[in-house]
Ligand binder design. Structure first.
Ligand SMILES: [Zn+2]
Ligand SMILES: [Zn+2]
Ligand SMILES: [Zn+2]
Length: 138
């Protein structure tokens, strides 16, 4: 069986290490954004904080994952779509935070264009919608 995380790492020209594979695998498994603490909790072979931090930073720089801001103030991360590369991130989708299960996920919905006042120039857009997710409303 082909190892998805290994293929992905290779596609992004990253050396495949057990740590990177494990963290990436976690992102592939989960349908919602993960915080630093989530990752540390889920990974059983005791990775130190610095390793997790560094790995996330590498993934972020390479266009593998992106930052997800939610209302808790803790930064979360989610996998990028195919449009993101080392050259930069290309997405402006909506993030949805479920108030019932507490999970934040990426929606396949674009942030509607926002008209800014004269003199303002946007570089990144974050839109967080809170409510009840698909799974919790069933
Ligand atoms: Zn991205
Ligand atoms: Zn939910
Ligand atoms: Zn996202």
């Amino acid at each position: 069986m082909a190892n998805v995380s290994e293929t992905l790492l290779r596609d992004f020209k990253l050396r495949s290490t057990p740590n990177r594979q494990e963290i990436l695998h976690l992102f592939l498994q989960k349908e919602y954004a993960l915080s630093h603490a989530d990752i540390e909790k889920e990974i059983d072979n005791a990775l130190d904080r610095v390793t997790v931090y560094r790995t996330l930073k590498t993934f972020l720089d390479r266009g593998l994952i992106h930052k997800v801001l939610d209302d808790e103030g803790s930064l979360k991360y989610a996998l990028c779509n195919a449009a993101c590369t080392t050259a930069g991130h290309h997405h402006d989708h909506v993030h949805f935070k479920c108030t019932k299960c507490g999970q934040t996920c990426c929606l396949n919905t674009e942030v509607p264009p926002v008209k800014l006042p004269k003199g303002y120039k946007a570089s990144t857009v974050n839109l967080l919608i809170q409510g009840i997710c698909e799974r919790c409303s069933e």
